[in-house]
Design a protein around this ligand. Structure first.
Ligand SMILES: Nc1ncnc2c1ncn2[C@@H]1O[C@H](COP(=O)(O)OP(=O)(O)OP(=O)(O)O)[C@@H](O)[C@H]1O
Ligand SMILES: [Mg+2]
Length: 368
């Protein structure tokens, strides 16, 4: 019977040339798509701009022309806070879970259509197979919603895997072996901490506090201190350019930000420095540290030994906040490092699972 297995695997191998294997990291801030033969093909903000739905105003129902999308990704992000009245800019994912199903369906089918325009050696006549990263706290209803979004957009099979497990595979940690690894993923809409062992999450925790909340904290701080109202994009820029929660730099970094004076209503600009940004975000940062400490507290002692040996690995673009890894190390007294290309770890994990189907199957068995 072994010849049957060989024939089957050859047929499957040949068929695999005729469909795309797609990896998807659907984040609150960024959507990443990876193709088996091409690597990362999409890395854009998870944002769409669409025509506003008309509301019922009188006795007759408004004519509804469907979900008319005006822009996706970077183009839509450019429109944020400067869109005309009849257009709305929405983020289909909030805190890692779907908040606007229609918008997400439109976004996903747009990207899947784009993928079919990519030239390839063999014609892609079959529907794609998709691996999607999902948060650990996802409910069964939300899982179904994610699956249905991809199935209606043309996928033949959808495999959902926890982001932390994918990140562990992506950074090259032995996710499958029985040695524990602690991963901290700081995203734009949530922070997740988990100990990964035997291809699954042993203890996992998540909070809504994330890098996006650092932006909100900066907006509030600037409003209180200078009575200046700034936008989210400005706050994010200040966080990326000045943010430092570690040792202060010798020469204090400064930048000028512009906004609206809340007293006069007129435009105003002020110069802010890195100490002010530290003060603004520190409360939110402490929440992340508390989460990591709680997680360590619940970790089984057998795995603690592995974590002490291997240390904590930080992933997600939010972990790029200057000094965050050193602060976590100082507070937990466990070696902490930020992964290279921290924002790409999850999608890289998808790529590795596509190459190694045995690993995918074993992880699937654990995560369900
Ligand atoms: N250099 C940087 N320093 C600090 N923060 C950064 C930097 N670059 C990006 N960020 C922040 O990282 C966040 C996005 O992280 P990431 O792309 O990992 O989130 P996501 O995967 O889309 O969201 P989530 O996983 O929470 O659903 C944004 O809030 C962004 O401002
Ligand atoms: Mg993420």
């Amino acid at each position: 019977m072994s010849w049957m297995k060989t024939v089957k695997s050859r047929v499957m191998g040949t068929m695999a040339n005729f469909y795309w294997d797609i990896g998807v990291d659907l984040g609150t801030s960024n959507t990443l798509l990876l193709l088996n033969e091409r690597g990362i093909v999409v890395d854009e903000p998870t944002i769409v701009a669409r025509l506003k739905k008309k509301r019922w105003t009188g006795l007759s129902a408004p004519k509804w022309a469907g979900n008319k999308i005006v822009a996706y990704g970077y183009k839509a992000k450019e429109m944020l806070n400067r869109e005309p009245a009849q257009i709305e800019v929405v983020s289909p994912i909030k805190n890692g879970i779907i908040s606007d199903l229609e918008a997400l369906e439109a976004l996903v089918s747009y990207y899947l259509k784009l993928i079919y325009e990519i030239p390839s050696r063999y014609p892609k006549i079959f529907k794609p197979r998709v691996i999607v990263s999902v948060p650990g706290s996802i409910t069964d209803v939300q899982k179904r919603a994610v699956k249905s979004v991809f199935l209606t957009s043309g996928a033949s099979e959808v495999v959902l895997i926890e982001g932390l497990v994918l990140a562990a595979v992506g950074v090259g940690l032995p996710a499958k072996k029985n040695s524990g690894t602690m991963i901290v993923d700081v995203g734009g809409g949530k922070t997740e901490v988990g100990v990964i062992s035997m291809g699954g999450v042993v203890v996992g925790k998540g909070i809504k506090s994330s890098s996006g909340d650092f932006d909100v904290a900066i907006i509030n701080y600037i409003r209180m201190k200078y009575s200046l109202l700034i936008g989210q994009t400005t706050a994010e820029r200040a966080k990326i350019e000045l943010g430092n929660v570690g040792e202060p730099n010798k020469s204090l970094k400064e930048m000028v930000i512009r906004g609206r004076d809340l007293e006069t209503g007129l435009p105003k600009s002020v110069k802010i420095n890195e100490n002010e940004i530290r003060e603004a975000v520190m409360f939110e940062v402490q929440k992340l540290i508390k989460l990591i400490k709680e997680e360590l507290d619940e970790t089984p002692p057998e795995l603690m030994d592995d974590i002490l040996k291997r240390g904590i690995v930080m992933v997600g673009n939010g972990s790029k906040l200057h000094g965050l890894d050193r602060l976590v190390e100082k507070e937990t007294k466990i070696t902490t490092q930020r992964a290279d290309e921290a924002g790409l770890c999850i999608i890289k994990g998808c790529g590795q699972l596509m190459e190694d189907r045995y690993l995918l199957e074993s992880i699937r068995l654990v995560t369900g």
